[in-house]
Design a protein around this ligand. Structure first.
Ligand code: ATP
Length: 355
């Protein structure tokens, strides 16, 4: 349980439950989710489709009311505050721009609705258009812009009222890969420059790892782990997180007298004092090295895939289990399908999960 005072947090959601519908048709989208997002952080909610990340975001925005629990923003209870009275703005996957309004009018729309004087609106529009590098497009209509430029307009519009928290619901998923990469660094730059707390929703683990200060991994309406990208990659709390974030090999093992043996009978060199019985070992492909000589765990190359800087080898161990190893392609050692190799595993990096 997080005991920090909610005034330190930009968003402090406690024991959030959300059920859609009633009776036999009811869907529990969020079980009992508590999350504390700090001021000025780039926080990502990551999880597979249907895990409840959009629902949580919509509860923070005020578009949904949680069935149970409370939400504080900078210490203020906003659980029942209407969306337009929250210091929060949302950027959606569909840019939702007004087609008949110019870029500048789109960006200034929210401020105008709030009754801000024209001069103040114009100043804010200039400032945010400069921030997203679209000054020269102020008088164009949305359909005269590329997809990436339209997404920047949507961002500028959401940033114009200077929200305390910006919520971003898969904002890059409609863009092609190259543009998506560009917009990832652009978003990161915008967040750092403005200091606004960003809560970003994605199902793309690579996007989450590159952009976030911290990530919350969700599955089936629950928050499984919150941590920095490094924490989550290096120390996943369970098999789901290890599998969802990056590539992972899982090997079944057995601990006896503090020593771990894998199914082949080979000792792994990991000592686990105080544990006994079956364990699952999570091993990243880059933690496996291959040598032609004897000495390590014997294996045969089943598949070799050259992927530019890395080569991925699929290996068969003598008990029939498979491992994937990622080896830098500039390594002096290259192997071919059918080669016998000796596998060594960086034991420091092996992560032990309870079976
Ligand atoms: P995606 O990445 O596909 O958008 P998500 O992780 O954001 O998924 P949610 O959209 O929050 O997931 O949905 C969580 C669960 O709640 C799903 O089972 C979904 O079908 C259900 N759900 C979402 N909105 C509603 C609704 N308005 N009425 C009924 N069920 C809903």
């Amino acid at each position: 349980m997080d005991v920090r005072s909610s005034t330190e947090c930009a968003v402090d959601a406690r024991n959030i439950g959300k059920t859609y519908g009633v009776g036999s048709g009811a869907v529990t989208a969020l079980g009992d989710v508590s999350i504390a997002i700090e001021k000025g952080e780039f926080f990502t909610l990551l999880g597979p489709s249907g895990c409840g990340k959009t629902t949580l975001l919509r509860c923070i925005a005020g578009f949904e009311t949680p069935t149970s629990g409370t939400i504080h923003l900078s210490g203020r209870d906003i659980t029942h505050t209407p969306p337009n009275q929250r210091p929060v703005n949302t950027v959606f996957q569909s840019y939702a721009l007004f087609p008949h309004l110019s870029v500048a009018q789109n960006v200034g729309f929210g401020l105008k609705m709030l009754g801000k004087p024209a001069k103040e609106v114009a100043r804010a529009v200039d400032r945010v258009l400069a921030l997203v590098k679209l000054e020269q497009f102020a008088n164009r209509l949305p359909q005269q812009l590329s997809g990436g430029q339209q997404q920047r307009v949507a961002l500028a519009r959401a940033l114009a009222p200077e929200p305390e928290v910006l919520l971003l619901d898969e904002p890059l998923s409609a863009l092609d890969l190259k543009l998506r990469k560009e917009m990832q660094s652009e978003l990161k730059r915008l967040q750092t420059e403005t200091g606004i707390t960003f809560v970003f929703v994605t199902h793309d683990q690579e996007e989450a790892l590159t952009m976030s200060n911290r990530i919350g991994v969700m599955s089936a309406g629950a928050l499984l782990q919150v941590g920095t990208p490094r924490d989550i990659y290096d120390r996943p709390v369970n098999r789901f997180v290890a599998d969802f974030i990056g590539e992972t090999n899982f090997l079944e093992g057995h601990v006896d007298g503090g020593q771990v043996r894998i199914g082949t009978g080979d000792r792994l060199g990991v000592s686990l004092d105080g544990q006994q019985g079956n364990v699952t070992l999570a091993i990243r492909p880059e933690q496996i090295s291959l040598r032609p000589a004897e000495g390590g765990i014997p294996a045969t190359i089943l598949e070799a895939n050259f992927l530019g800087t890395d080569t991925h080898y699929t290996l068969a161990l003598k008990d029939g289990s498979h491992l994937v190893a990622r080896v830098q392609s500039n390594s002096t050692l290259t192997f071919r399908v059918g080669d016998s190799v000796s596998v060594s595993i960086d034991v420091q990096a092996v992560h032990v999960l309870k079976s």
